[in-house]
Design a protein around this ligand. Structure first.
Ligand SMILES: [Zn+2]
Ligand SMILES: [Zn+2]
Length: 239
């Protein structure tokens, strides 16, 4: 509903002077709906350089990747736009914990050239459990997928994947514990023949994406890839 979104943006301009959501600096008039100023966006650091074909983690030499070796099959490729540092971390925080779902727009903009988006794919937001969805009021991954779908002209299918089992927050868990924590958390509806790209805000160890990808694969998806806005720095144990 662009009409509604424009009305909301209009009310915001009237109530609040155009200031960047991340640095409070002025936002130039020509980009007054941007929420995040150009300077803050220019400080997002792209995940670049040689990386593991599958999980997208920066790779050094021919060493076997320790991050994705234990993933269940299904998920074949993951790519992230920027490192979870500085103003990128602040943007994720606004999106996830402070109710600023419209910041999904600039985040999606930085994801639009990620390799998995080149095919005729459908976008599948990683679902939240019911309790967390009630507490937050929206699923941040769904907002990201919607913004991205508009940008790249691909359909969003939020109906294919469900998360019937609530899982503990992953923040304090080791990579092994994360994998056990999300095992069996997702259920997928018939996805026969679909080329799926999972969309999430942050990649940490990939345990959640791998589990969601395995569920889609069991439901008949032709391929499953994933993209995230940010990628957490590898923990010391994976370095
Ligand atoms: Zn700024
Ligand atoms: Zn890997």
């Amino acid at each position: 509903m662009p009409g509604f979104a424009e009305a909301v943006a209009g009310v915001e301009r009237w109530l609040l002077p155009p200031a960047c959501l991340l640095c409070d600096g002025p936002v130039p008039a020509r980009e007054c709906d941007a929420l995040v100023c150009g300077l803050c966006r220019s400080r997002w650091e792209p995940v670049a350089g040689p990386c593991c074909d599958r999980c997208g983690q920066p790779a050094f030499g021919d060493l076997e990747c320790r991050l994705c070796a234990g993933w269940p099959s299904g998920l074949v490729r993951v790519r992230s736009a920027v490192w979870l540092r500085g103003t990128a971390r602040a943007a994720v925080h606004r999106l996830k914990y402070e109710g600023w779902w419209r910041v999904a727009g600039p985040l999606a903009e930085s994801m639009r050239r990620l390799e998995p988006l080149t095919g005729r794919v459908c976008l599948i937001p990683v679902p939240l459990g019911a309790r967390r969805l009630r507490a937050r009021g929206y699923n941040q991954s769904e907002r990201l997928a919607a913004a991205l779908g508009d940008l790249v002209g691909r359909p969003v299918r939020a109906d294919l994947l469900a998360r019937p089992r609530e899982t503990r927050t992953q923040t304090a868990l080791t990579p092994e514990a994360r994998q056990a924590n999300v095992a069996g958390a997702f259920q997928a509806r018939a996805a026969a023949g679909l080329a799926c790209v999972l969309v999430d805000d942050v990649f940490t160890t990939g345990a959640t994406l791998a589990e969601a990808g395995a569920a889609l694969s069991r439901a008949g998806a032709a391929s499953v890839e994933a993209i995230t806005f940010a990628r957490a720095e590898p923990p010391v144990t994976l370095a």
